[in-house]
Design a protein around this ligand. Structure first.
Ligand code: PRP
Ligand code: MN
Ligand code: MG
Length: 180
C-alpha cells in the first residue's frame, strides 16, 4: 500500500471483477445500440479503458474534460468544460463513464448538456458512489461500489493530481495534505 494511504478499500482484483460484471450488464443492455461511452477526464481514465476492454458489444468512446474540484478537497460547485466531445451527441445512446459521484455537480451538468444536445438516451455509469457527499439530486444507473464519506484516491482518482496511477483504491491519509 502507498504510504500516504490509511487503508485499501478495493484491491486491483476486486476492481477487475466488479468492472467485468458491469461490462457484462452494459453488453446486455446496450446490445445492437452502438453506445457512445463518454469518459470524463481525468479521473475516469482507468475505469473507462478497463470497461471498454471488457465489453462484448460494439461501442464507441469519446472524452470530455470537465472539472469542478481544482486541487481542493471539497467540491466548488463550479463546473467548467476544459475539453468538449469530438462526437455529435444527437441521436446517440450515451453512457457517461465516471470514477466517482460525490456532490453530483459534475454529472448533473454533463447529463443535462448531452440530453440538451439531442442524445437518444443518457445514462451514467460510475465505479464509485459516495452518497454522503450529494448536494444535487442525481444518481448513477450503474454503480460499482459505494464508498464512505472519506477522501478516496487511486485507479484514476487523484488528490492534487497525485495517486492516479495506483491500481487499487484507498483512503487518503490527511496527514499528507499539501499545505500552502
Ligand atoms: C472529480 C471526480 C469526478 C468529480 C466528482 O473530478 O473525478 O469527476 O470530481 O465530484 P462531484 O460529484 O462533486 O462533481 P475532478 O473535477 O477532480 O477532475 P479530475 O477527474 O480531473 O480529477
Ligand atoms: Mn473527474
Ligand atoms: Mg480531481
Amino acid at each position: 500500500m502507498h504510504p500516504h494511504l490509511k487503508e485499501v478499500l478495493f484491491t486491483e482484483k476486486e476492481i477487475e471483477s466488479r468492472v467485468k460484471a458491469l461490462a457484462h450488464e452494459i453488453s446486455t443492455d446496450y446490445a445492437g445500440k452502438n453506445p457512445l461511452i463518454v469518459g470524463i477526464l481525468k479521473g475516469s481514465i482507468m475505469f473507462t479503458v478497463d470497461l471498454l476492454k471488457a465489453l462484448s458489444i460494439d461501442a464507441q468512446v469519446d472524452f470530455m474534460d470537465v472539472s469542478s474540484y481544482g486541487n481542493g478537497l471539497s467540491t466548488s460547485g463550479e463546473v467548467r468544460i476544459l475539453k468538449d466531445l469530438d462526437t455529435k451527441a444527437q441521436g446517440r445512446d450515451i453512457l457517461i463513464c465516471e470514477d466517482i459521484i460525490d456532490s453530483g455537480n459534475t454529472l448533473l451538468y454533463v447529463k443535462n448538456l448531452l440530453a440538451h444536445r439531442g442524445a437518444n438516451s443518457v445514462k451514467i455509469i460510475s465505479l464509485l458512489d459516495k452518497p454522503a457527499g450529494r448536494k444535487v439530486k442525481i444518481n448513477g444507473d450503474y454503480i460499482g461500489f459505494e464508498v464512505p464519506d472519506e477522501f478516496v484516491v487511486g485507479y484514476g482518482i487523484d488528490y492534487a493530481e497525485r495517486y492516479r496511477q495506483l491500481p487499487y483504491i484507498g483512503i487518503f491519509n490527511t496527514d499528507f495534505l499539501i499545505k500552502d
